[in-house]
Design a binder for this molecule. Sequence first.
Ligand SMILES: Cc1ncc(COP(=O)(O)O)c(C=O)c1O
Length: 468
Amino acid sequence: MSHTHYVNTLMDEIVSFRSSIAAGNVSPDVTPEEIREHLNNQFDLSQPRMLDAVIRDVADMMRRWSLHTTNPNYFGLFNPNVTEAAVAADALTALYNPQLATWSHAPCANEIEKFTLDFFLRQFGFDPQTSAAHFTSGGAEANHTAVIAALTRHFPSYGNAGIRSLTGQPVLYVSEQAHHSFYKIAHSTGIGRDGVRIVPVDRALRMDIRSLEHLIAADLQNGYIPFMVAGTVGTTPAGVIDPLEDIARSCKKYSLWFHADGAWGGAVVLSNAPQPLAPGIQLADSITCDAHKWLSVSMSAGMFFCRHQHAVGEAFRITASYMPEQVQNTTDLYATSLQWSRRFIGLKVFMTLAERGAGGLAAMVDDEIALGNALREALMLSGWKIVNTTPLPVVCFTHDRFQGNPLPAENLLKKLYADGSLWISGVTIPHYGFVLRACIINYMTTQHDVTRLVTTLDRFLNETTAMD
Ligand SMILES: Cc1ncc(COP(=O)(O)O)c(C=O)c1O
């Protein structure tokens, strides 16, 4: 059995898949039974198989039975195409398998991560000397980390005595368009799901600051303990940026922690736009930004940034005799973050940044913003109605021919998914109900793909509304 043959097979697959992805379908046509039957027939796990053959079969299954988020015609959720650097970095990470829990087990990997995170800290206007930052599995973990750090700072007894030591229920505030991870976080931190206050949004789908302050005042009067507001930089449904400067002002007024959830949209700090696209993000106490969204690295790669080093250290402090001793002037990540064993998440972010440079990443962000504007224009020219306002490339739209009824839009999506050649989503948003949603999330998407999307939508609109 050749030990090197599998590398050639893997390399062939990488090159061939990358060069053919744009020509294939986005959506698969498969049932769970079909995949299960194939696995049962193909893999008699009591018998060994050549790795080479296993790779070929897995590649064949992945090609046939995946929703191809790396296809330039995927205009869906925040799942990007990935850079070649990320593919290489993931292979190198598996090869060396460094353990980043302590600095002493992975000096090179830990310093590469710190070097990369310091770059982003500076982009966000934080001082690397006094701030904390680490990679996470994604935005949900980064938001979770923010809530734990905020609770730890706001309630000195929280860490040891828990929520029951507090004189009232702690509450955090998010807009009705915020990511739903905050419910799971409230559940698991002991705040409870009832401790999440939902702030209404204005017509532009941005957190309504007057409502926020009314809710805070009412909670204070009723014995609740407000401790945090999370504003979103690029909401999941409609890509909207909350009024971050106003949120910062309210947080200052009531001494609350200001978290900016920029899981997708935080990347706009890299943009070369003449005006900052997320003004006020630099005022946050903590920031979530996922490299596995707009920065086009493979999953999982989230980032957490915080200007309160002490709060983060206090939140995750731990010592264990079986862990290696800390090296002077370094951080051991198992004692400053939620995870214990740690994968080298940051390598793909570092290698993507090193290969393309800050200018390359800025161009990626700005090109996708420009294509989002082109999509908006093309849709309007074709008679569609845009219902969200944002400089970012998420476009929510509807058509007068739907007459405010969700059914035609749902039918149109069903037709689109059955066709399989491109993918957009649907979403229900305040003031507008169920609308169609297309996001430019792939750095290989072109003007040609955008034109094709609009032509296809027009065709299905005619079929759908003629049918209804
Ligand atoms: C605004 C926002 N925050 C948090 C998350 C959760 O991120 P992840 O899926 O990386 O955990 C998402 C996911 O799309 C998001 O859009």
